[in-house]
Design a protein around this ligand. Structure first.
Ligand SMILES: C[S@@+](CC[C@H](N)C(=O)[O-])C[C@H]1O[C@@H](n2cnc3c(N)ncnc32)[C@H](O)[C@@H]1O
Length: 235
């Protein structure tokens, strides 16, 4: 059984059951996907798929053959429910991106939206590389710090989100290169809002509400320092 890391934030996300939970939201995802060569023959993997919003969109819009994997059983249940409700043939697996129970050279396209920061990055990237066909594409929307912060500040962020490290653009590039990826491109999105769409609800339990407040507090206090980038590359 895969081990779920200690992240108050991820726990909060799964309990809240939000639609999508990455910077830029589904609108950014749609923009990114438009630029890729995706069709009904594409085999696509969404790692850390959460409640399956992107995986569902890929199946619905492109008719692609989509698989989603997530470590959190609550997320998996919600993703499965979404696919069933919308009659979408998306396969959802419970497991870790660090060890995916699927064969080598299986996918044309893999997407990771706000996931790699929460896991062992070299291990996950090695798996993603293994799973891609030669010439396959990998896109990641990931947290990126614009400069190193004070140790105390970095610790606060790492502890709250359960990150093992805070990653700058050059660190992500080095990690992608180490995994074997080529043609690495980085995009800084400015036109689409960076906050994930967390709905307000009167029914949020007080403990979850505190976590949500802390999340927005961190985003506000580290504005300009803690951002995200879109990384795209090829195997
Ligand atoms: C911030 S959420 C993003 C979810 C989804 N990609 C989205 O954009 O809505 C991070 C997701 O990564 C999942 N996750 C964390 N560690 C993982 C791992 N080792 N393997 C697979 N999924 C993982 C969490 O359960 C959670 O669903």
């Amino acid at each position: 059984m895969a081990i779920i890391q200690n992240s108050k934030y991820l726990d909060f996300l799964s309990k809240l059951g939000i639609e999508g939970a990455h910077p830029g939201g589904i609108n950014l995802t749609k923009e990114i996907l438009k630029r890729e060569n995706i069709n009904r023959n594409s085999h696509i993997l969404d790692v850390g798929c959460g409640t399956g919003q992107t995986a569902a969109y890929l199946a619905y819009k492109y008719g692609a053959k989509v698989t989603g994997i997530d470590i959190n059983p609550t997320m998996v249940t919600k993703a499965e429910r979404r696919m069933k409700k919308n009659s979408l043939p998306v396969k959802i697996i419970q497991g870790s991106v660090e060890k995916v129970p699927l064969p080598d050279y299986h996918f044309d396209f893999i997407i990771s939206e706000s996931v790699l920061s929460f896991v062992n990055k070299p291990r996950a990237l090695k798996e993603i590389f293994r799973l891609l066909k030669n010439g396959g594409r990998f896109i990641a929307i990931e947290q990126t710090i614009n400069k190193r912060l004070k140790e105390k500040e970095e610790n606060e962020i790492k502890q709250f989100y359960g990150f093992d490290s805070l990653t700058m653009k050059k660190d992500w590039v080095a990690l992608l290169e180490q995994a074997g990826f080529e043609q690495i491109r980085i995009q800084k999105n400015t036109s689409i809002d960076s906050a994930p769409g967390i709905p307000y609800s009167d029914t949020i339990e007080p403990e979850l509400y505190e976590i949500m407040e802390k999340h927005f507090d961190i985003i506000f206090r580290y504005k300009g320092k803690l951002g995200y980038r879109i990384y795209s590359c090829t195997k």
